[in-house]
Design a protein around this ligand. Structure first.
Ligand code: 0A1
Ligand code: ZN
Length: 879
């Protein structure tokens, strides 16, 4: 196990590597009881390093060293030090070959880092520091080498042998074994290395690039999944074309491979030419995947593919720069998804995630800048801040520069840094150089943690016809960072007259035909903007399209929100006005007696949405979703979750009661007729039906029950089937719930991805997902502690989505989670450390809850042999 008191690593202590590796030659002998790895490194002293004569330092983790040789001579025990976590050779020439042989045990690797086995196949995960679990190596992203990899294994059990690059040789060996050799012509850091060996079926396709090169596309999956590859393959082709069209990026190898594995800590991994995916993020069919799954698969396939340029051809100098590749690539995949569907809907989804989860992270004990200054365990920094806020930062640069200059900037970045390992600062510099814009203050977005609060006050002088906005920004303190400087915030806005018409934004008295929308650039702690020639007091539309990742404070009246909900020309802000109104209504009911009146205008507004066929139905489908409990908790000062849950339920039931007939009509109108389609209209229709059904079932409506049972029986796709199952599980019709769960399981018990959905529907249900039932799920034969997806779908979903049950006032939810986290820490620290997140937010909750959450965390802290991953998170959240 790892050390108990991990060291902190600081960005300020970065030093260039003392040695560089030009070439790596790997030979893997794969067996059932382990694997022997022969590695030959061509090493030379780094001319840029000041450390002349430094010892050679190679990282290692859980390796059994068999031999070390330097330039062909085996080293004696005194000539090197095997420290366990490192191999040190004190004296080496300027240039040399080092041969190292290690023995590893992939079959016992439950951490799923390095080389491990999943459903009988060998596979790897090397980001961030997994390569050191395979062999001794300078495992840091600024050491880039060319890799040649020979894999040897039993031919019957492992007919498919894959690694990065192009396959250059293959042949038979003795004892029924065979080998394949792969060569990757592009220098890469070790974290992009990959190997797969298994009995997999191959799905083939081709893509012709913009310059006319034919690329072989391959998917490798277990035979039972052969019918679930088409969607991902098509998504890959769409991504390849899009990256050529929008960023001018052409694919560079002759082959591109995707492999699906069941046991995987994250979503997927962008290994050069050989992307490895969590099965749940790549396999799909009409019968087994929901619309949300299809959309997620498309986005993740695109994300991993886009990394080929933003991450692989240009990579990170060190792990503090992680957002260089992740923020930029998330921005690119969100642009892609917007282009493939509805940009407004995509924006709503991204902002929902950001405001619910990233804002919470940025206000919690693990808050860190987009470019962190220190860490103990880098795996803990694959966060919403690095990914989602990082993407928002790139989006702001895009908005400040505009399409054309941004493209000039990205071209310059790729050209200038191709084949290099660079920093976020290099990225910003390329944007500055290409555009001529000064982004020096903007760089604070990378350095300062915390979500800026932008508060807006307005005034109107009827005599002069002048409307004024006073805008202030404040960035809250976060652990280790106080007294922050104002940031450069692009703040998009418009003004509407009382009929809902957009008004010209004249910022001087003489101006007449000002633009209808402006991006105000906030750079000071306080600004004042004046708009002239206004005959009446306008209604402001603020932070359009969520132009910056900030919290806006403005004293909206309910009238203004209702008005913006139906008139704002910015689709995102229409949705946002609806959310703000619903939040206001729910918040005002928290802790009030059962009979307190629910704002009647909310139901009126929703009725309008339900009945106006001229509206974009995809937007309506989003507008009808009430703010989640998690978001309401994020907004609360000292959250009392059961009270928030009760208030939200009251509003939901009130709306269901008031809108019964409209909901039924909406359901009937949108219920799918004819063939199943996966286009945006069909997705919106299914979403509307499932929302209507869910609302009606929340009041145990008998007609809805019949519709749900019928939909469950006759559905020809998983969105409808799961929508009906969810509605039944969340209703009071207990017998129907049991029957539906049983028949669903019987039908899909062979399909792990569907079983995960089945687990999560129960674990998230306020009706069915109480702790005793969760404990039963953990005993279910389909549950598997070694499989991260199963753990997430029960334990993660319970603690993250079933908030009222998790925050049971008796503290049982907290004790439960702490127990599972401790148990998992011994087998898979990365998963344990992610799963503990809900407890780390203990300061956010009312004292009766927070004290018990803290006690649960202290229990974890006192466990023996805490992993570095869990140590960092638990200690920082108790500090
Ligand atoms: N780079 C991958 C995600 C990833 C990160 C870390 C992992 O192990 C600790 C695995 C995958 C991506 O952004 O898709
Ligand atoms: Zn990524």
């Amino acid at each position: 196990m790892r050390t108990n008191q991990p060291q902190t690593i600081y960005l300020s202590e970065y030093k260039v590597p003392a040695y560089l590796v030009d070439h790596v030659d790997l030979r893997f002998e794969l067996f059932e009881d382990g694997a022997r790895v022969h590695s030959t490194l061509s090493v030379r002293r780094n001319p840029e390093s000041a450390e002349a004569g430094a010892p050679l330092f190679l990282h290692g983790d859980s390796l059994k060293l068999e031999s070390v040789a330097l330039n062909g001579s085996v080293l004696a025990a005194g000539d090197f030090e095997d420290r366990g976590d490192a191999l040190i050779v004190p004296s080496v020439p300027e240039q040399f070959e080092l041969q190292v042989v290690t023995w590893i045990e992939p079959q016992n690797n439950t951490r799923l880092e390095g080389l491990y086995k999943s459903s009988g196949m060998f596979c790897t995960q090397c980001e961030a520091e997994g390569f050191r679990c395979i062999t001794f190596y300078p495992d840091r992203p600024d050491v880039m080498a060319r890799f040649r990899t020979r894999i040897e294994a039993d031919k019957g059990a492992y007919p498919v042998l894959l690694s990065n690059g192009n396959s250059v040789a293959q042949g038979e060996l003795e004892n029924g074994r065979h080998f394949v050799t792969w060569e990757d012509p592009f220098p890469k850091p070790a974290y992009l290395f990959a190997l797969v060996a298994g009995d997999l079926v191959e799905k083939k396709n081709t893509f012709t690039t913009c310059s006319g090169r034919n690329i072989d596309l391959r998917m490798y999956v277990e035979p039972r999944n052969a019918q679930k590859c088409d969607f991902a393959m098509d998504a890959l082709k769409r991504s390849m074309r899009w990256d050529e069209d929008v960023y001018g990026r052409e694919y560079d190898l002759d082959i591109f491979m995707i492999v699906a594995v069941d046991d995987f800590n994250m979503g997927a991994m962008e290994n050069k030419g050989l992307n490895i995916f969590n099965s749940s993020c790549v396999l799909a069919s009409q019968d087994t995947a929901t619309d949300a799954t299809f959309q997620r698969i498309e986005a993740i396939v695109a994300h991993e593919y886009f990394h080929n340029w933003s991450g692989n051809r240009v990579t990170c100098r060190d792990w503090f720069q992680l957002s260089l590749k992740e923020g930029f690539t998330v921005f690119r995949d969100s642009q892609f998804s917007a282009d493939m569907g509805s940009p407004t809907v995509k924006r709503i989804e991204d902002v929902t995630l950001l405001r619910t989860a990233q804002f919470a992270e940025d206000a919690g004990p693990m808050a860190h800048p987009v470019r962190p200054a220190s860490y103990m365990e880098i795996s803990n920094f694959y966060t919403l801040t690095i990914y989602e806020k990082g993407a928002e930062v790139v989006r702001m640069i895009h908005n400040l520069l505009g399409d054309e200059l941004f493209r000039k900037g990205s071209d310059l970045y790729f050209e200038r840094h191709d084949g290099q390992a660079v920093t976020t600062d290099d990225f910003v510099k390329a944007m500055e150089d290409a555009s001529g814009r000064d982004l020096s203050q903007f760089r604070l977005w990378y350095e300062q943690a915390g979500t800026p609060v932008v508060s807006v006050e307005d005034d109107y002088d009827a005599d002069k016809g002048v409307y004024g906005l006073t805008i202030r920004q404040n960035i809250p303190d976060t652990p280790g960072q106080t007294g922050k400087k104002p940031q450069h915030i692009p703040f998009a806005m418009g003004l509407l007259d009382s009929k809902g018409q957009p008004l010209p934004l004249n910022i001087s008295a003489g101006e007449q035909d000002g633009p209808l929308e402006r991006v105000l650039e906030l750079t000071e702690a306080e600004h004042r903007f004046e708009f002239h020639g206004l005959a009446e007091r306008p209604v402001p539309s603020l932070l359009r399209d969520f132009s910056a990742p900030v919290r806006v404070q403005y004293p909206w009246s309910r009238e203004q929100l209702l008005f913006l909900m139906s008139h704002d020309p910015d689709g995102f802000n229409r949705w946002d006005a609806g959310q703000r109104l619903a939040v206001d209504v729910i918040q005002s009911l928290v802790g009030t007696p059962e009979q307190a009146e629910v704002e009647p205008r909310l139901a009126d507004a929703y009725r309008k949405l339900l009945n106006d066929a001229s509206l974009d139905q995809a937007l309506v489908a989003k507008m009808l979703l009430l703010p989640s409990e998690a978001y309401l908790v994020e907004l609360a000062e000292q959250a009392d979750v059961p009270a928030i849950h009760a208030a939200r339920e009251r509003v939901l039931k009130h709306l269901a009661q008031e809108l019964k007939d409209d909901l039924l009509a909406c359901y009937q109108r949108n219920r799918e007729q004819g063939d199943y389609q996966l286009g945006p209209d069909a997705i919106a229709r299914r979403s509307l039906c499932n929302t209507a059904l869910g609302w009606l079932m929340s009041i145990d409506d008998e007609r809805a029950r019949e519709l749900a049972l019928e939909q469950f029986r006759s559905a020809d796709n998983m969105t409808d089937r799961l929508g009906a199952l969810r509605a039944l599980v969340n209703s009071g019709f207990a017998a129907d719930r049991e029957q539906a769960l049983e028949s669903f399981y019987q039908r899909f018990s062979d399909d792990p991805q569907v079983v995960e959905l089945w687990f999560s529907v129960q674990a998230s249900s306020g009706q069915a997902g109480q702790l005793p039932h969760i404990l039963q799920l953990l005993e279910h034969p389909a549950f598997d502690w070694k499989n991260p997806n199963k753990v997430r779908s029960v334990v993660g979903v319970f603690a993250g989505q079933n908030l009222a049950a998790f925050h049971n006032p008796d503290g049982s939810g907290y004790q439960f989670l702490a127990g599972q986290v401790c148990r998992l820490d011994d087998s898979n620290p990365q998963i344990a450390s992610r799963l503990v997140t809900p407890l780390t937010r203990w300061r956010k909750f009312a004292p009766a809850y927070s004290s018990q959450m803290k006690a649960a965390l202290e229990g974890i802290r006192d466990k023996d042999n805490l992993s570095r991953d869990l140590y960092e998170v638990v200690h920082k959240s108790l500090a």
